[in-house]
Design a binder for this molecule. Structure first.
Ligand code: DLL
Length: 429
């Protein structure tokens, strides 16, 4: 069931609404953000040139470098006294991206998260245990206020304290658990170590996001914990979690809340739009943000958009789940591959556990890749034969062989209790 009627609106009406909102956003950005005004002037365009969403490609892109260059608040479009909240997204290098919200922005954020929760099957009266980190990261507070907006009960436990998560979940009979996909697996392991069958835990839905999750990983989560796994997507620069979410009815792509965020897919090399149905980089424009209007943000996330009807009745476009980023691409001895392709290729081999790491080194000017994979606790075949299977699968599917493959026992690869899992460790200069 939709949370707001607009989720199932007629697409031509939606387009008119988007065009109106785009005009307002462009005007707002031009008038209040010197960075955008300079860009427009340099490109010889004015806000009046943008009449409908079809004109959007006239606008400049915004990149994560622009956020860094304008650190901390150069992209803010309102006075300090109108900013009610600040969050930040910490990159691996350099300054964080600082993002801000007015009162109205916070209301919209709660609403899009509530829509996402409702799409996942959560209802008013449910108990939602929120294991996303609270603080500058948008996951904790984003899911928190969205849960309250839905009129559900939120348990604001935040990340970590995994044994306590299990105990509370049982004692308070949580219906929904929100966390990263890697943490969902860790929760299952911890419950097992505590003597519980993870499938008997009371939760029926896990809303996972903030990290990529391939299909075999999702199946593992759903099977181990006996839940429906629903993917939620978002990024701080645009709002936080709640840009899009899967519906539990179809679980076939994430509905983008298009009355607030306008999506495009471009070729990451040329910046040109791709044909409908082709994969490329997701570009998002905020349509209603006040404190931080963002035009054509290059997310770096690779996906595809589907405009056909969804069985849930929502008409809002669906994006494929994001399993790769433009900056994730590994080029190892001339072979281009994404970590998610490796994950996808090996995880459904019987005996391989969903825990792996990739280490990249440079030796004599050549890239060297070491792949470390955990075996299932109940491994019934020899490690040698499993190794052969993994290598054969990688060669057959990806035409790729790692320089070194290590099969290690259950639990040998460190788990991430707080924050996002890091599977690729690049030791090259
Ligand atoms: O990760 C917001 C969030 C919190 C989303 C909780 C979902 C749940 P950032 O820290 O700014 O914000 O990171 C944004 O994380 O560009 C993607 O690369 C990745 N990401 C977010 N959600 C997904 C997802 C939050 N469902 C960056 N699948 C994004 C794959 C995701 N990657």
């Amino acid at each position: 069931m939709v949370y707001k009627p607009v989720e199932a609106s007629d697409r031509s009406e939606l387009r008119d609404l988007q065009s109106d909102q785009l005009q307002k956003t462009v005007q707002h950005a031009y008038e209040n953000v010197p960075y955008y005004r300079d860009q427009f002037d340099e490109m010889g365009i004015t806000p009046e040139d943008i009449q409908t969403v079809d004109d959007i490609s006239e606008l400049p892109f915004t990149t994560k470098e622009d956020f860094r260059d304008e650190y901390p608040d150069g992209l803010f479009a309102v006075d300090d006294e109108d900013v009610l909240r600040i969050h930040a997204s910490s990159g691996t290098t350099g300054k964080p991206k600082i993002v801000s919200y007015t009162d109205n922005d916070l209301d919209i954020w709660s609403e899009v998260v509530a829509r996402s929760l409702a799409a996942s099957g959560a209802e008013a009266g449910d108990t939602v245990q929120n294991a996303y980190g609270y603080g500058l990261f948008t996951g904790g507070l984003g899911l928190h206020y969205g849960t309250e907006e839905l009129d559900a009960t939120v348990i604001p436990i935040g990340s970590g304290q995994t044994q306590r998560q299990v105990e509370l979940m049982i004692d308070l009979e949580s219906d929904v658990f929100t966390c990263t996909p890697s943490y969902a697996l860790y929760l299952a392991e911890t419950a097992e170590e505590m003597g519980h069958d993870p499938a008997d835990l009371p939760i029926s839905t896990i809303i996972f996001g903030a990290e990529p999750c391939t299909d075999p990983m999702r199946e593992e989560i759903e099977e181990k914990l006996g839940v429906n796994g629903v993917d939620i997507y978002g990024l701080s620069e645009i709002i936080g979690p709640g840009v899009s979410c899967e519906c539990h009815e179809a679980q076939d792509g994430l509905h983008i809340w298009e009355d607030h965020f306008y999506p495009e897919i471009i070729d990451p090399q040329t910046g040109d739009p791709v044909d409908e149905g082709d994969e490329g980089e997701l570009v998002l424009t905020t349509l209603t943000r006040e404190a931080l209007p963002v035009l054509r943000y290059r997310t770096g996330d690779l996906t595809t958009l589907y405009y056909d009807e969804c069985e849930c009745g929502r008409t809002m476009v669906r994006m494929d789940n994001v399993t790769g980023r433009t900056d994730d691409l590994l080029i190892v001895r001339g072979v281009n591959l994404y970590p998610s392709e490796i994950e996808h290729t090996i995880l459904d081999i019987d005996g391989v556990a969903p825990h792996y790491r990739i280490d990249l080194y440079e030796e004599d000017n050549l890239d060297v890749m070491e792949l470390t994979v955990e075996t299932e606790q109940s491994l019934t075949k020899s490690k040698q034969s499993l190794e052969g299977e993994v290598l054969e699968r990688l060669e057959n599917v990806l035409q790729f062989t790692p320089d070194d493959l290590q099969l290690v026992n259950h639990g040998e690869i460190g788990r991430t209790e707080v924050g996002k899992v890091q599977r690729v460790h690049d030791h090259r200069d």
